[in-house]
Design a protein around this ligand. Structure first.
Ligand code: EPU
Length: 419
């Protein structure tokens, strides 16, 4: 709901333990993969968030039967596909909806979809996806507002991606599983969500090698079958809690995560002065009385995630000295800066991809807008350390990507409520 807001009374040190939910971006990709088979795919550790609900609606519009046996499991059965094109009004809800294209095209030889929606964080073209389908033999054209792709059967090809796009890699990888012959994707994205999808597809009978590296080889097969798959922990949610602990000078154990997915963040937080101990699936994060300014660069994995760039900027308002924040993935992901300024942050921007933060800033509560899911998270983090009351509006963005962010923060001692 657009009118929902978080009210935060800042100044509470976070303490205790919190459990990370399943990954938003891995979940929506796994859901799309269910289109490749008529049998059921069952997913565990699915986060209860808006984007999963939106993706379920997109799949249902195509005829997929979606069952929810519990709050964290989903059963998806694409036995009777009744449409090859999701309605535009659903597609614009989330960018991941474009991932129906690869599986539909591979299994049925046809698919169409309007340009997808998603957060306003810069230009978000889909040329990489379309060029890949075309190289695998699909005919691509526009029909009204939609892209249409058609191919009797896709054929394996050597694909060079202009940019290691995450959704692009996932879309093409799914398409290639049922193509005739071998596909090699060069300059593929290497995010953990891609390795997770490849693992699911291989359990379904696909033959994918190299997932998690920048070169994928996919030997096409004639048919795949259903499977059960567990969604990996959400590294961005985990990172957000690590930064929440740091910004409040707190002492928090974040459990149920995969530490190796967070190494770039851990290294940067240590450079800032935060103490972090790693155990098998836990990070223990302790703040420090004085934080040091640093330079961060948001780049593709294994570098620091662009999805943690805004939360890190919130933290750096509390660091002593001048910090530089460079966004290298999206061309307009600093829009949250104007909201942080309303809270007293001293931040300059040069162009749309570099912010300079002069800290430490004494933040005070204000009324601010969550402009997208991660920008919203940054404002919540700033609100935790600001003096007085912060009101974050448009939190439906946050609910799209974080399962019970307010509830989890409250369990750590934050004074935050949703109204
Ligand atoms: N790009 C192209 N051509 C394309 C596709 C992308 O040039 O055909 C460029 C974009 O313009 C952008 C860059 O590639 O500059 C990265 O875009 P990418 O395609 O990798 O992003 P995405 O796949 O649309 C996913 C996540 C995002 C995350 C990015 C980067 C999902 C559903 N979304 O988006 O997650 O920021 O990868 O890691 O997996 C979020 O969770 O808040 C979020 C935005």
């Amino acid at each position: 709901m657009a009118g929902e807001r978080f009210i935060i009374e800042g100044g509470h040190r976070l303490q205790g333990s919190v459990q990370v939910s399943g990954s938003k971006n891995a979940a929506v990709a796994a859901m799309a993969a269910s289109l490749l088979v008529p049998d059921e795919c069952s997913l565990e550790n699915v986060p209860a968030i808006g984007d999963v609900r939106f993706m379920a609606q997109v799949l249902e519009s195509l005829g997929v039967e979606v069952e929810k046996p519990s709050s964290s499991t989903l059963g998806l059965r694409a036995a009777r596909i009744t449409a090859f094109s999701p309605p535009t009004e659903q597609v614009v809800n989330l960018r991941a909806s474009f991932m129906v294209m690869g599986p539909l095209l591979a299994r049925f030889g046809q698919a169409s979809c309007s340009p997808p929606g998603g957060d306003v964080i810069g230009q978000r073209p889909i040329d990489v996806h379309l060029a890949g389908f075309a190289a695998m033999g699909a005919d691509i054209h526009r029909q009204g507002d939609k892209f249409v792709a058609e191919a009797k059967r896709l054929r394996g090809a050597r694909l060079f991606m202009d940019y290691p796009s995450v959704l692009g890699t996932q879309n093409l990888m799914m398409a290639a599983t049922l193509a005739k012959g071998t596909t090699v994707i060069v300059n593929a994205a290497a995010e953990p969500e891609i390795a997770s999808l490849a693992e699911m597809l291989n359990k379904m009978g696909a033959r994918i090698q190299g997932a998690g590296s920048h070169t994928l080889e996919i030997k096409g097969v004639d048919a795949l079958h259903g499977t059960a798959h567990r969604i990996i922990p959400d590294r961005i949610e985990a990172g957000t809690f690590a930064i929440a602990a740091a910004i409040t000078n707190g002492d928090v154990r974040i459990g149920g995560l995969e530490p190796r997915h967070l190494h770039s963040l851990v290294a940067k937080l240590r450079e800032v002065g935060v103490q972090i101990d790693e155990a098998e699936d836990v990070l223990h994060v302790c703040g420090a009385d004085q934080l040091k300014a640093v330079t961060i660069q948001a780049v593709p994995y294994p570098g620091l995630a662009t999805d943690l760039q805004a939360p890190m900027a919130a933290l750096l308002t509390q660091a002593q000295g001048v910090s530089y924040v460079h966004e290298r993935v999206f061309d307009n992901r600093l829009l949250y800066v104007s909201e942080l300024r309303k809270m007293g942050a001293e931040v300059l921007t040069t162009g749309t991809t570099t912010a300079i933060i002069i800290g430490p800033c004494s933040l005070s509560g204000a009324s601010v807008h969550a402009l997208d899911v991660r920008a919203g998270a940054a404002l919540v983090l700033a609100g935790l350390v600001a003096s007085g009351r912060t009101e974050v509006s448009d939190i439906y963005h946050l609910n799209r990507g974080y399962q019970s962010l307010d509830g989890k923060l409250r369990s750590l001692g934050a004074d935050i409520e949703s109204v």
